[in-house]
Design a protein around this ligand. Structure first.
Ligand code: G1P
Length: 294
């Protein structure tokens, strides 16, 4: 049986929602407490059994490569100071099978994924978007791989969103629900207006795709927002081979939005051994203060 071994993480986006912080810095390096968001994605890939990861970068993204490299001076400094915990922490991200390629122009997600063609070759692979961080007992990428192992077909993670928000997402028109939250899909539509959306099941940034997607992407015309859309290519793929949707029932943080970023920072902080106690106190005090203000 073919094993899903490769992941592609598009990280070429300009991060305009976090300006001015992202003027000179990669948005993927913004930390949730002390860990860059992209590290959560890489950890999900590894926890799902992925062996090789390609990160598609662009301008102002050098810090991502540096983060996943060794830093010999810093390692030496920490060793001399006897800070072994920190030494272990920074070495964790230095020995992974990571590859980098640049997307020369910001022409859309479909175009970013197309840059992975040579890396992927003729294997099924996953695409993981950095703005969506997921939490569940089984990592979502592993859930998609499990569906692939049963169906040998592409499958895309979806989740219910409020109907008025459909224009922020790729939306599916489900045909019928099979077992375990897996759907046959009639259509995939990128960012439909609420009045045109065929459902409120939204694509949430984890895709398992067969390599036939690349031939389609090579000929894909620009769609919504005048960008080459992955969703449009998936809709075409679904006409010649099945593309299933897998419903995600866990917790999703949209760390590409300011409020989603804050939400995850607080939740993660509440679990963080160094700050959870202090943060709890802080939130309680803040709660009292806000109540008194009302
Ligand atoms: C992208 C995809 C969209 C998907 C979304 C999930 O949109 O194009 O289909 O629903 O990610 O986060 P973006 O958020 O990059 O505009």
């Amino acid at each position: 049986m073919v094993k899903v071994r490769k992941a592609v993480i598009p990280a070429a986006g300009l991060g305009t929602r976090f300006l001015p912080a992202t003027k000179a810095m990669a948005k993927e390096m913004l930390p949730i407490v002390d860990k860059p968001t992209i590290q959560f994605i890489v950890e999900e890939a590894i926890a799902s059994g992925i062996e090789d990861i390609l990160i598609v970068t662009g301008k102002s993204k050098r810090s991502i490569e540096d983060h996943f490299d060794s830093n010999i001076e810093l390692e030496e400094h920490l060793r001399q100071q006897g800070k072994n915990d920190l030494l272990d922490l920074i070495k964790q991200t230095a020995n992974l099978n990571l590859y980098f390629v640049r997307q020369p122009y910001p022409k859309g997600l479909g175009h970013a994924v197309l840059q992975a063609k040579a890396f992927v070759g003729n294997e099924p692979f996953v695409v993981m978007l950095g703005d969506d961080i997921m939490e569940d007992e089984v990592p979502l990428t592993k859930q998609l791989i499990d569906v692939y192992d049963q169906t040998h077909a592409s499958n895309i993670a979806v989740m219910e969103v409020p109907h008025e928000e459909t224009s922020k997402y790729g939306i599916i028109a489900p045909e019928r629900q099979l077992d375990d939250g897996v759907y046959n899909v009639e259509r995939f539509v990128e960012k439909p207006k609420p009045e045109e959306a065929p459902s409120n099941l939204a694509i949430i940034g984890r895709y398992l795709l067969t390599p036939e997607i690349f031939t389609i992407l090579e000929n894909q015309q620009p769609g919504a927002g005048n960008e080459i859309q992955l969703t449009d290519a998936i809709d075409t793929l679904n006409k010649t081979q099945r593309v299933f949707a897998k419903r995600f029932d866990g917790k999703r943080y949209d760390v590409g939005s300011k409020i989603g970023f804050m939400e995850m920072s607080i939740e993660y902080g509440l679990k963080h051994p160094q700050i959870s106690q202090d943060l709890k106190e802080l939130i309680k005090d803040l709660g009292h203060r806000l109540e008194n203000e009302e």
